[in-house]
Design a protein around this ligand. Sequence first.
Ligand code: RB5
Length: 150
Amino acid sequence: MIAIACDHAGIDLKPSVIEVLNELNLPYRDFGTFTHDSVDYPVYGEMAARAVASGECELGVILCGTGVGIGIAANKVAGVRCVICSDCYSALMAREHNNANMLAMGARVVGSEVAKMLTRTFLTASFNGERHARRVNQIMTLDAGGTLQK
Ligand code: RB5
């Protein structure tokens, strides 16, 4: 199950994300918003992020005008590693090296074809583990309020 969410500024990109989810035969839960009425992106970022953090959804794709606000909000939920990106290399590395579990994109930043490519790249890549696992574990220590030793 994939969590998706957006604010009013991201909504026009949502059909592109859904197109890729359908193409990949991935079921999804859409946390809204569903209209162009102005809403607050942290609310929608949180709903999708909590679904990912709880394990209800394996991964999430979230959208706002820039991807920045909703991505920052999602990253405040413990257990979430959300990459805000507009290039496919970062989307791929975020999965392979950082085990990112959410992708945030901006509808005012990327067009529909780039968004589809980013979504496809993110959802079909997988974590490489090994040396990267130690570093992701360190991120999760910070996430839990801990500190790291050099
Ligand atoms: C809404 O106008 C806009 O601020 C929001 O979608 C997002 O870009 C914030 O980071």
